[in-house]
Design a protein around this ligand. Structure first.
Ligand code: PHE
Length: 346
């Protein structure tokens, strides 16, 4: 009987379970395909006696509906079954996002800038290729004076053979920026100049042909050496801890008079003596002094009226002390294992 066969097909459709999309596709072709069971049944419609035709039609329609429902319900699951590798496993732990980190030189620079910003210093910048005036002459380095040998200089090839062709060099210190500030800004001036500087030195664990400095300058009526000392003490305590002490040793720079070098009590051993301070209890941090009257005059500031102080420090040196780095070269090697250690620091 046709009717029984259709009922059988209906129950077969109901119990059908597909695991893969191939099985589902076979099911679709077998029942709903152009030459499938259902198409075949419809084709036979006209052979059925008119009396039984209605019942036959109803059953075939039911079979068709059931087959379509099955196909629609199974589709997503069967698809997932075959593409297991592409499907997301929501139970897996997330992959950590890789964040970058600030370079230790940037971290120390930012800290120095923040310390001086709090007492009213602005930040000034200038060119890295500098003329002789701003890097040397204005700063009271006389031509051919041995003081120019203090900082081995990378000179830029002169533009012509002529005697008075301008002499360009890579700046050896950011004091050049301070000259530019003094030339363009009437006092009071309170500024720090962070930046990269270059010196013609053999690269080793303790010296590099380029490094970073922060230099500071304060010019106003009645600025004294006592102001310099107090400012440096404030800086040392903010930078290295509230217990820090400083001491000044006499030194020489052509652009300051008197000149000094500042040591800070060793913040590793607290002054008792250790490897970092070479058992002395002190570490050398910066050069400083009162701006030479000739320098003020060179930059258009009246030395009879104004006085000022200046100081300069190497950022890498402070970063080495702070982070226990023994070789200066690592700061410019871009070794991700080194840099990743500074993640999350500010
Ligand atoms: N310009 C000096 C240097 O590069 C540092 C310094 C700055 C010293 C200001 C005294 C005053 O070594």
């Amino acid at each position: 009987m046709e009717e029984d066969r259709i009922k059988e097909l209906i129950s077969e459709v109901k119990s059908f379970r597909a695991e893969t999309s191939e099985e589902l596709e076979k099911f679709r072709i077998r029942f709903l395909g152009r030459k499938g069971e259902i198409a075949g049944l419809f084709a036979r419609m006209k052979e059925i006696e008119p009396g039984a035709r209605k019942q036959f039609g109803l059953l075939v329609n039911e079979l068709k509906r059931k087959a379509e429902e099955k196909l629609a319900a199974k589709k997503p699951k069967a698809q997932k079954g075959t593409d297991a590798s592409a499907a997301a496993d929501l139970t897996l732990p997330g992959e950590p996002a890789q964040t970058g980190s600030l370079h230790p030189v940037t971290l120390v620079r930012n800290k120095i800038v923040s310390i001086f910003s709090r007492i009213g210093y602005t930040v000034s910048e200038g060119p890295e290729i500098e003329d002789d005036w701003h890097n040397f002459s204005a700063l009271n380095f006389p031509a051919d004076h041995p003081a120019r040998d203090m900082q081995d200089t990378f000179f830029v090839a002169p533009e012509s053979e002529s005697e008075d062709a301008p002499l360009w060099s890579l700046r050896t210190h950011t004091s050049s920026v301070q000259v530019r500030m003094m030339e363009t800004t009437p006092p009071p001036i309170r500024t720090i100049s962070p930046g990269r500087v270059y010196r013609n030195e053999a690269v080793s664990a303790r010296a590099h042909c380029f490094f970073h400095q922060v230099e500071g300058l304060y010019i106003d009526d009645g600025v004294s050496f006592a102001d310099l000392k107090q400012t440096l003490l404030y800086f040392a305590r903010e930078m290295f801890g509230g217990e820090s002490e400083i001491r000044l040793r006499p030194s020489f720079f052509p652009f300051t008079e008197p000149s000094g070098e500042m040591d800070v009590s060793c913040f590793i051993c607290g002054g008792k003596g250790c490897a970092v301070c070479k058992q002395t209890g002190w570490v050398e941090i910066l050069g400083c002094g009162m701006v030479h009257p000739k320098v003020l005059g060179n930059c258009g500031i009246d030395p009879e009226r104004y006085t000022g102080f200046a100081f300069g420090m190497g950022i890498e040196r402070i970063a080495m002390l702070r982070y226990g780095v023994k070789d200066l070269r690592i700061f410019s090697e871009n070794d991700i294992r080194f840099l990743a250690q500074f993640r999350g620091r500010s």
